[in-house]
Write a protein that binds this ligand. Structure first.
Ligand code: HH2
Length: 266
């Protein structure tokens, strides 16, 4: 899943693709590089981000979605707003990706009445404050319980489980230790659910790359190799989808890794 951020303030590529023409050109490039799916978002949900209005989000994403729906790959909308979801479904998007996990009853309704694929993500709190000392008794159990209960709510409304993907929401109200515990738990639940992992260029990668705790974090664009390593780990643990900014690097690494894995297993 290649990321297309139509935003001025995303943590890794804010402002680069706010112009719809640039967003579409970037999306086309990601498809050439091997993306099987594109995720289009009009609101940054990075820690500390200010929410944008529904009208602003719709203005950002709709022209881009309209152009991208002519491409050969399915298109996902990355939004937590029911109004934006409804507009995108009416336009014909293939997937709804909700960082709020369809907690909003209207969003749950729109999702279950659509024919779209549905990504349920876990977030503790709101982007503005979610990284202010997040606390869990048992992060893996709590994240799993939330995601499974949202999935069951969709299934109870007639959605087939094959349309549902669960995402632990790396960095969304989670410390490095929480993220690592979740990374370590993927294999436990990958046999029961389709899992999506989004760690691309995130601060957990910078934290793992730092040689000393006092070192300033690497800029996002310098976290590519670390992100690819984490992506391979996630796939090895059973993740089915990777949400990434660096499609070519990830696709190449996966091609070599999967050939080696098959060779060794044959
Ligand atoms: N991460 C981001 C946004 N949407 N959706 C899912 N399902 N999983 C994720 O991990 C995820 C997501 C944050 O990344 P990005 O869109 O690049 O940044 P920003 O929120 O600053 O636009």
């Amino acid at each position: 899943m290649g990321v297309v951020n139509v935003t001025p303030d995303s943590f890794s590529d804010g402002g680069q693709f706010l112009d719809p023409k640039q967003a579409v050109a970037h999306a086309e490039q990601l498809v050439k590089e091997g993306a099987d799916l594109l995720d289009v978002g009009g609101e940054s949900t990075r820690p500390g981000a200010e929410p944008v209005s529904v009208a602003e989000e719709i203005d950002r994403v709709m022209p881009v979605l309209e152009s991208l729906l002519t491409l050969s790959v399915p298109i996902s909308l990355d939004s937590r707003r029911p109004e934006v979801m409804r507009a995108a479904i009416d336009l014909g998007v293939d997937v709804l990706n909700d960082v709020n996990g369809f907690r909003n009853p209207e969003a749950l309704e729109i999702a279950s009445q659509s024919k779209a694929g549905l990504c349920i993500m876990h977030m503790l709190g709101e982007p503005k404050t979610m990284q202010h000392q997040p606390v869990y008794q048992d992060v893996v159990a709590e994240v799993q319980a939330f995601l499974e209960s949202q999935a069951q709510a969709l299934i109870a409304r007639g959605v087939s489980s094959s349309r549902i993907v669960l995402d632990p929401g790396f960095g969304f109200g989670k410390t490095l230790d929480h993220n690592l515990a979740l990374m370590g738990s993927l294999a436990q639940w990958a046999s029961r659910w389709n899992l999506l992992v989004g760690v691309s260029r995130k601060s957990m990668i910078a934290a793992l790359l730092a040689k000393r705790p006092t070192e300033p974090p690497r800029p996002a664009a310098h976290r590519v190799f670390g992100s690819v390593a984490a992506a391979l780990w996630a796939v090895d643990q059973g993740a089915r989808l990777l949400r990434v900014h660096d499609v070519q690097a990830t696709v190449d690494a996966l091609a070599v890794w999967s050939s080696l894995k098959q060779t060794v297993q044959d």
